[in-house]
Design a protein around this ligand. Structure first.
Ligand SMILES: CC(C)(COP(=O)(O)OP(=O)(O)OC[C@H]1O[C@@H](n2cnc3c(N)ncnc32)[C@H](O)[C@@H]1OP(=O)(O)O)[C@@H](O)C(=O)NCCC(=O)NCCS
Length: 150
């Protein structure tokens, strides 16, 4: 697999089953298909998929809040395609689009136990800001991270 063959594009309704499949295998508390559909309709420019040989291998969901704050809501890569730079490319692509839409700050929340994702964000220049206790349904805390892009 070469990253040169990877296409990052807006997600389509027809991608929902595959996105949900990756979501359900990647998260303890996955978003429902209904919520994924809602997010696709409400943030069509910043809900993106990574596609390789016509197969969706990852996705990122982000949105614009208050005209200036970009919020990364979810990112996941199919476990068979991880550690090849796809997560990084999805993040960079979403950041570019959020910047184009006027965002100057990016925010995300990540489980305190999720060191893989935290490493990805730290490498991309996100800074750890504060912890929200009991953020997830199972009681786990979230680390809130920010990146200034403006
Ligand atoms: C987090 C996730 C999206 C990363 O996707 P990916 O395509 O594997 O990430 P990349 O290959 O672009 O990795 C970029 C960097 O992130 C860090 N990283 C990624 N996975 C890691 C792991 N398992 N352990 C430690 N660091 C990791 C590394 O610094 C890596 O750079 P390197 O490979 O040169 O060392 C993927 O692991 C995933 O889908 N996890 C399950 C869902 C999830 O936790 N999403 C985040 C919710 S906040």
């Amino acid at each position: 697999m070469s990253l040169n063959d990877l296409i990052v594009r807006r997600a389509l309704e027809t991608d929902i089953p595959r996105i949900y499949d990756i979501e359900a295998r990647s998260f303890l508390e996955p978003y429902s298909k209904r919520l994924l559909r809602f997010l696709m309709l409400s943030s069509p420019d910043t809900f993106l998929v990574a596609e390789l040989d016509n197969l969706v291998v990852g996705y990122i969901i982000s949105t614009v809040r208050y005209n200036y704050l970009g919020h990364i809501l979810s990112i996941a890569v199919d476990e068979n395609f991880r550690r090849r730079g796809i997560g990084r490319l999805l993040m960079l692509n979403a950041e570019e689009r959020l910047k184009h839409l006027g965002c100057i700050i990016l925010r995300l929340e990540v489980r305190v136990s999720n060191s893989a994702a935290q490493n990805l964000y730290l490498k991309l220049g996100y800074k750890k800001a504060y912890v929200i206790s009991n953020y997830y349904k199972n009681g786990e805390s979230a680390m809130v991270m920010f990146k200034v892009i403006g």
